[in-house]
Design a protein. Structure first.
Length: 329
């Protein structure tokens, strides 16, 4: 879709690859999305099929007249990446790729220099450069989607760690006896509060519901297997008790998890982005209540939970933002 008519000459093609979708966009040096397109991602088949999904999204964007101004390509994925070499090391939600040279593959197909980043780091970069994090020296960014990704903003920059792999907060264990996560650990917060977890919980409760026509099932056209986190969010907005219960449970887990983050990192703000970001931001009072009840930080009540400026497009814009920052590689 086209978001703005005016654009500067320098454009970067941003590509955000998730467990269920690929979004591609033309982004200018002001952080404006000029044109974007989204297609499904095939994440559980072969590496080539996964790459084909990415090509489908990019090819659609390349049809836009502004695409001739593309100078660089920025890509982001969830999970572990070697940003310096442009390699996807592993990602629980992208099992099609392991030690996969994604940046080089895309460069070979399209030509412009290509960079790769973790999606949460990319999203936080967009918010730090052009979004709601501009006014903070430090912040903790949370992207809520198929999984949960996080990033640490420190001194207005992304903290990458000594090997560039820091900030994988979505796989912090909050229940060591909990369900097995795709990462191999048990009880990760992702297993309780991600879009995948919310959808799974909804499907389970709908099947057990004594109500013949729960609203969640009605929106899913009476197919429990088609229930998604988005559908749960829609039902909750109408006041559906079952949907509200599911989201409140997820919010409680987020509050417990974030209380530890506050004690450990002392961020000036917590930012929610991703496809579920706005839904969970609407429950910030409940999340904040749980955070405050469990955190021991003296200034815990002064740390706000805010919604990302770019919302679900933070990672998409952030993928492009890699080229609008001075290179340290």
């Amino acid at each position: 879709m086209r978001d703005k008519k005016r654009t500067s000459k320098k454009l970067v093609l941003g590509v955000d690859i998730g467990g269920t979708k690929v979004a591609a966009a033309l982004v200018d040096s002001r952080g404006t999305v000029v044109f974007s397109h989204r297609t499904p991602m095939v994440a559980h088949e072969s590496a080539d099929q996964g790459l084909r999904s990415v090509r489908n999204a990019i090819d659609k964007v390349m049809l836009d007249p502004h695409a001739r101004n593309i100078e660089k390509i920025g890509v982001c994925v969830p999970g572990w990446v070697d940003a310096r070499r442009g390699i996807v090391l592993s990602a629980a939600n992208l099992p099609c790729w392991r030690n996969y040279p994604l940046a080089q593959k895309i460069k070979n197909l399209y030509g412009p220099p290509t960079r790769l980043a973790n999606d949460a780091n990319a999203a936080a970069l967009a918010e730090a450069k052009w979004g709601v994090a501009r006014g903070y020296d430090s912040a903790f960014y949370v992207t809520l989607g198929t999984g949960i990704g996080t990033a640490i903003i420190l001194h207005k920059k992304i903290y990458h760690g000594w090997r560039g792999l820091a900030g994988e907060g979505g796989h912090m264990t909050i229940n060591f006896r909990g369900p097995l996560c795709g990462c191999g650990k048990r009880g990760c917060v992702e297993m309780y509060a991600s879009g995948t977890a919310v959808a799974k919980r909804a499907r389970s409760l709908v099947r057990k519901s004594s109500t013949n026509r729960p609203l969640i099932l009605k929106i899913a056209e009476r197919k429990s297997s088609d229930i998604t986190a988005e559908i749960v969010g829609q039902a909750a907005l109408t006041g559906d008790p079952l949907a509200k219960k599911i989201l409140e449970e997820a919010a409680d887990y987020l509050g417990v998890w974030l209380s530890n983050i506050v004690d450990l990192l002392e961020p000036q703000a917590i930012i929610f982005g991703g496809g579920m970001g706005r839904v969970m931001t609407s429950l910030r009072a409940r999340i904040w209540q749980n955070l405050v009840a469990r955190s021991i930080h003296p200034a815990k009540q002064r740390i706000p939970i805010i919604h990302a400026h770019y919302g679900s497009k933070s990672a998409l814009v952030g993928a492009a933002a890699q080229w609008f920052e001075p290179s340290k590689r």
